[in-house]
Design a protein around this ligand. Sequence first.
Ligand SMILES: Cc1cc2nc3c(=O)[nH]c(=O)nc-3n(C[C@H](O)[C@H](O)[C@H](O)COP(=O)(O)O)c2cc1C
Length: 198
Amino acid sequence: MDRNDKLDFMLSRRSAGTLGAPGPTREQLERMLLAAGTVPDHGRLRPFRFAVIEAEGRAAFGDALARAAAERKPDMSEAAREGVRAKAFRSPTIIVLIASPKPGKIERWEQQATAACAGYAIVLAAHALGVGAVWKSVPFTRGQALTELFGLGEAEEMLGFIHLGTPTAAEEPAARPAIDLSALTIVIDSNGTSRFGS
Ligand SMILES: Cc1cc2nc3c(=O)[nH]c(=O)nc-3n(C[C@H](O)[C@H](O)[C@H](O)COP(=O)(O)O)c2cc1C
């Protein structure tokens, strides 16, 4: 693969739709998790950790999600709780991404950025291995039930979870809107400030 091919490969990553069995092998999982060790990481703190959820572990995860959702919104309907619980069963394997900032001089936001990069490394590694992946979340990062299940420390937060498995249908994902670099990027140089590309 030449350098352009490598970039094309990276640019061709898409999130998966529905995912079924088989999930990734242990070896594939290991390679994806090791990829997270390559992310930019100020102070080399590895401010993240993971929980791999498989098989019946999905019931424990789904229950924890539903309990944490109800803790946050006590008036939640049973149907809504079930909807949250069902999120755990959308793929054979899940990697839960936990931001685990360490005390010290590196700002917490930097460590959370590193943890988010770990999530991207995992989905990109899944793409390299031909494993379907999609990063999902719930509108909360903590809760008593999640604290118990994952042993969350005071500063730790669940930054969502990555579903892994085999795409069940050859779905074409919707095209991404083109990036307008001139809207997103300014250039500040010896001519002052301008929009990228202008
Ligand atoms: C932290 C995080 C949480 C996300 N949570 C959800 C989610 O709950 N539901 C969802 O449909 N997409 C979620 N996404 C977006 C998808 O993972 C995916 O990126 C999006 O559907 C666009 O598809 P693409 O990756 O093929 O561009 C999340 C992404 C991130 C980074």
